[in-house]
Structure formats: C-alpha cells, structure tokens
Design a protein around this ligand. Structure first.
Ligand SMILES: C[S@@+](CC[C@H](N)C(=O)[O-])C[C@H]1O[C@@H](n2cnc3c(N)ncnc32)[C@H](O)[C@@H]1O
Length: 417
C-alpha cells in the first residue's frame, strides 16, 4: 500500500529522500514571520474511549485534566512569549478528545492565548453530543468560542451500535442549540460504515440542519490498524457511489461544499482546523507547521506534563522540510478546500506554481481531476473522489504508522515516512 504514497512522494518531491522525523527539540519556534498562522490546542480527555477513534486521548479524571491544563497554559506562555508583542493569528481550534469536558477552564486557556495573540477569525471547539447543555454552551461562549463542532457520527440506531456509542438525542440537541448564538454549529458524521445507505446519510444530514447545525462534516470511515474497531471497510465502488449521492443531494438542496468533506447550509459557516499555511499546536500530540519545519508533541499526557513542568517544550519529533517537501505539504492541504490559487502559492514560495508543478497540473486537468480559471485550480467531483481515495492511502501509510509508534513511545528516536 505504501508503494503508492512512496512513488507519489518521490515524484512530487523530485527526490528519494523520505520525510525524516527526528527526536529534536528546538527551544525557540520561529513563528513571528509566518503569515496566516493558525492555533490548535489539544484536550485529550473523553468520558468513554471509542475503539474506532485514532486520536490521542485518555479517560477523563478531574485531577489529571487540571494538571494537564496548568501545563498547557505554561506551554502557551513559553511559546507565545517568544514573540515581541502580540502576533496576529487566524483562528484557534480546540480539538480532542473532548475539549468541552474542560469547559470550566477554557476561559483561563483563552485568556493565556489572548495575552500573546490577536485572533481574527474566531475560536472553535469540539463537543460530544452529551456535552451539549446550556451550562457547557454558556461556558464556551464566555471563553470566546464562536464555532462548535459536535461529534454526532450517526443519528441512526444501527450505527450507534456499530460504533459502540449511544444514539444522539436529536430533540434534546435541537432544544439546547436553539438561539445558541454560535457563528458555526457543525456536526460530524462518519460515512461508509457497513451497510450504510445514501438514504441513511441524507436523513443524518437533514436531521443535523433541523437540529440547528449550519455546517456538516462527512468523514469517510478509516480503519486505523491500532484502533481495533472491528468495523469492516466499504469496498471502493460502493463508497464512490455513496459519496456521489451525498454530493448530488447536497448540491440539489443548495448546501455549499466548503471542503472535501464539508457542506454548509449557510455558505459563511466554516469549521476547519487543518487548512492553514502555518500553525502552532499546543498540548499532547499537537502538531506545529512552520515555513521550514513540522513538529509533533509527545502523545503521553504524563510525559507532556512532566516536560512542560520542567521548563522544556514537549516536542517529540521534528521534521525539517526540503523545499519541495514543503510545497507538497502545502498543496495537499490547500487543495483540501477543493481549490488552490496559484498566486497564493507564488506569494508563499516566491516561485510560480506552473514552474514547479506545471506538468502535473496539466495532466490533472487532462484527466478531469481539476479545472482552471485565472490561476485558480478547482477539484472536479472526480478529483474530489480521488483525493478522498488517495487520502486514505496517505492516512494509512503516514498517519497510521506515525501515530501507532507515538502511542507506544513518548519520544521515539526517529520515524521515516
Ligand atoms: C477528535 S474527534 C472528536 C469527537 C468527540 N470527542 C466525540 O466523541 O464526539 C473528531 C472527529 O473525527 C471523526 N473520526 C474519528 N474516528 C474516525 C475514523 N476512524 N474514521 C473517520 N473519521 C473518524 C469523527 O467524526 C469525530 O467526530
């Protein structure tokens, strides 16, 4: 399987050199000159662990969560204090885990962030459906949260069983979300579960919008090797047919496609933590992407706290990009929004996109994956499907391998991808 990603990587980076992540820990992070910088904060606590979920998480306990948040605030001050003045950033996203479990302390965290950064595009936070109560929503608003994302996964009884979760209570969600005042209310769904039909998904999407969502994310199920979910993956053909039917349904209903996986009933509603040119990540497992490096914090909550308490950054691995590697990384995530603008690429790298990847773009247009107008490249529906398809290989060859190791070792010596 990794042969596909290996060939693609060598061809696109014009080099046999893999992505090499080393156990290196820079004490100073050069984010000052980064434009379009985003912030991400990881809260790794859940009340119940879902077997299918690959993210870095542990069972919630109040003392551990408190210790963790104290360390998190210290990490924010350590990194934020390296910039002279306040750095302007785009958005701040709280991911997990279940950040809403720490709702009573989110304001302390955003206060720490606001000491060093000026946030221009609002704050997002993830919730489990059980957290959607007036008290929690009020605490989130007080912390400055403007966008929420609720992990529904499915409103169907059958899929709640497959996923090992309780079925979300649509009526209770609707009541709690009425006039909630958030700019974006997004709901997450997983598609391509065994036996799932287009009708099931249409019902899920319609129920979400009826309950007060204005944005939905429909993620293809990914079977991570270490997750041991026991859930069978859907064959490619069926998956494609399902994706086409959801896409047609959403376009018929007038829901705008806002990225590969997301649709919005209000085109202004946005929720995306990964499509940033650069970002700083705080907390265990959080990643940081800068112009020349990508770093990932330790996955161990205990080691994370110990490192930060001792005054060091909790970095586990650092990748120093070659220029072409950085370009590939940039294009992979910018095209996730279904379009990429050649002018932005040129501004970021100081060289025309056509000069670096002219042949590939021409071939992608000929194959019907992309269209181009005035230097803006857009994915066609066929292009979206193949992005989905390739992303699955990428996830299994890169993320699955890396996270599999990081879950076992707090500070691995080296990982080559
Ligand atoms: C970090 S999780 C937050 C979930 C939230 N804590 C909850 O339990 O509802 C973000 C989203 O990733 C998606 N996700 C998790 N595991 C997945 C998998 N194996 N395949 C595809 N999507 C997955 C789910 O839709 C989930 O809502």
């Amino acid at each position: 399987m990794s042969i596909i990603t290996d060939i693609a990587r060598m061809w696109l980076t014009r080099s046999a050199k893999p992505f090499i992540f080393r156990n290196e820990n820079d004490s100073i992070l050069h984010f000052g000159e980064c434009e379009g910088l985003g912030l991400y904060i990881h809260i790794p606590f859940c009340t119940k662990i879902c077997a299918f979920c690959p993210y870095c998480k542990t069972v919630y306990s109040k003392p551990l969560c408190d210790r963790y948040i104290n360390a998190l605030i210290k990490e924010i001050h350590t990194v934020g204090g390296q910039y002279n003045g306040k750095k302007t950033v785009t958005g701040l996203y709280f991911g997990g885990g279940t950040p809403a479990l720490a709702a009573d302390r989110l304001k302390e965290i955003t206060d720490a962030v606001n000491e060093h950064f000026v946030i221009t595009e609002g704050i997002g936070a993830e919730l489990h459906p059980d957290n959607v109560s007036p008290e929690v929503l009020c605490a989130l608003r007080e912390a400055g949260v403007t966008k929420i994302s609720i992990g529904i996964q499915s409103f169907g009884m059958k899929y709640a069983g497959i996923l090992g979760r309780n079925r979300p209570d649509a009526a209770a969600l609707k009541k709690a979300l009425a006039n909630s005042g958030f700019e974006t209310v997004s709901m997450d769904f997983i598609f391509a579960l065994p036996g799932q039909t287009a009708e099931d998904l249409k019902t899920d999407i319609e129920t979400a919008f009826e309950c007060g969502a204005n944005h939905v994310a429909v993620y293809p199920f990914i079977d991570f090797t270490f997750a041991e979910s026991g859930i069978k993956t859907m064959p490619k053909k069926e998956k494609r047919a399902l994706l086409d039917r959801i896409t047609d349904f959403c376009s018929l209903k007038g829901y705008a496609r806002t990225s590969i996986w997301t649709f919005a009933s209000d085109a202004e509603a946005k929720y995306s933590s990964m499509t940033r040119d650069n970002f700083l990540g705080f907390g265990c497992s959080a990643t940081t992407l800068l112009k020349e490096q990508f770093k990932i914090n330790t996955f161990s909550v205990e080691e994370y706290c110990a490192r930060v308490e001792s005054g060091r950054l909790p970095t586990s691995l650092t990748l120093r990009f070659t220029r072409r590697q950085r370009m590939v990384y940039y294009l992979f995530w910018s095209i996730y929004s279904t379009k990429t603008d050649a002018r932005d690429f040129e501004e970021f790298f100081g060289v025309p996109l056509s000069k670096m990847y002219g042949r590939e773009l021409k071939a992608a247009k000929l194959l019907g994956f992309l269209t181009e107008e005035n230097g803006v490249y857009r994915l066609t529906p066929k292009g979206v499907f193949y992005y989905h398809y390739f992303e699955n290989f990428y996830t299994l060859a890169y993320i699955d391998k890396m996270w599999g190791i990081m879950r076992r070792q707090a500070f691995p010596e080296e990982i080559r991808l």
